[in-house]
Write a protein that binds this ligand. Structure first.
Ligand SMILES: NC(=O)c1ccc[n+]([C@@H]2O[C@H](COP(=O)([O-])OP(=O)(O)OC[C@H]3O[C@@H](n4cnc5c(N)ncnc54)[C@H](OP(=O)(O)O)[C@@H]3O)[C@@H](O)[C@H]2O)c1
Length: 263
């Protein structure tokens, strides 16, 4: 348990399934109260009940569609009005869409960009100012190894995650003399609802490389506490992203395409 976090509050977006559930549980294990946000209230409530039972902290479920700008603003005001301060913000909610760019309906594409890019930036902007006033706080942003190269069949998703990666690493630098830090975690394929939501059957590469969400989250929180700009969990994922530097971007796109399509 990290004593620095004990008794403080974490806001975790996308806490109804996958990585978000484990972020909430592991931060609660550090003694933090947690605010859980996603759209499915029933799931959030069940996660909150289990956390309160297992870790003796308070867990607060707030249903919200974070793709809606007004909802994000109201969420911030609601938390303020309840007298809570957010010491750790985990910007985790997100989804991908599998398929060729031309085949993905615009409405789905737009929802994804709104959640993966705009909501990430908006929530950060809302909460970071309070953190800076207190000169204390942590922000975790969830990107993807897809951020490190052009990824055919996840073209728009990986481009959105490249935004997250670059935003977070630049913010880490901008804030280097403050008590607030931003850390980007870029997971590879992880056992969550991600593939079901994106509409992809797991490929050979994904079946072989699948990591457990608890491991990804543990590595992310350790890196956050060290105020690192960025982390890629898993040795093969780290080698894969590093290896991209040695080959042309065209070759990188080709390899990514094989990994995303070969079954
Ligand atoms: N799993 C992977 O292989 C993988 C790899 C790289 C990066 N990532 C990233 O990891 C993050 C977490 O995804 P996951 O893998 O844990 O997938 P997941 O199990 O599908 O979880 C996604 C979470 O986001 C929430 N969410 C989706 N749309 C939302 C909206 N409009 N408003 C509020 N919450 C919303 C979902 O809750 P509701 O449906 O209840 O709203 C859910 O809690 C995402 O940013 C994803 O891009 C995942």
């Amino acid at each position: 348990m990290d004593t620095e976090l004990k008794g403080k509050t974490a806001l975790v977006t996308g806490a109804s399934s996958g990585l978000g559930v484990d972020f909430a549980r592991q931060l609660a294990q550090h003694g933090m109260d947690v605010i859980l946000v996603a759209r499915r209230l029933d799931l959030l409530q069940s996660v909150a009940e289990q956390i309160e039972r297992d870790f003796n902290v308070s867990a607060w479920a707030i249903p919200a569609d974070l793709a809606d700008s007004q909802v994000r603003q109201e969420l911030y005001q609601h938390i303020h009005a309840e007298g809570r301060q957010v010491d750790v913000l985990v910007n985790n909610a997100g989804f991908g869409v599998y398929g060729n760019f031309v085949d993905v309906p615009w409405e789905r594409e737009q929802q994804m960009l709104e959640l993966d890019i705009i909501a990430m930036a908006h929530l950060t902007k809302l909460f970071i100012k309070d953190m800076l006033q207190r000169n204390s706080g942590y922000i975790l942003m969830v990107a993807s190894i897809g951020a490190y190269q052009p990824s055919p069949t996840y073209a728009s998703y990986s481009a959105a995650k490249a935004y997250v990666l670059n935003l977070g690493e630049a913010l880490n630098f901008e804030l280097r003399h403050s008590g607030v830090s931003v850390t980007v975690v870029s997971p590879g394929v992880t056992a969550t609802e991600f593939l079901k939501v994106s509409g992809q059957e797991p490929t050979l590469y994904q079946r072989l490389m699948m990591m457990q969400s608890t491991d990804v989250v543990r590595i992310a929180i350790e890196s956050m506490l060290k105020r690192k700009p960025s982390v890629v969990p898993g040795i093969f994922n780290a080698l894969f992203t590093w290896g991209n530097r040695l080959i042309s971007r065209r070759m990188s796109a080709q390899i990514s395409y094989w990994f995303m399509t070969y079954r």
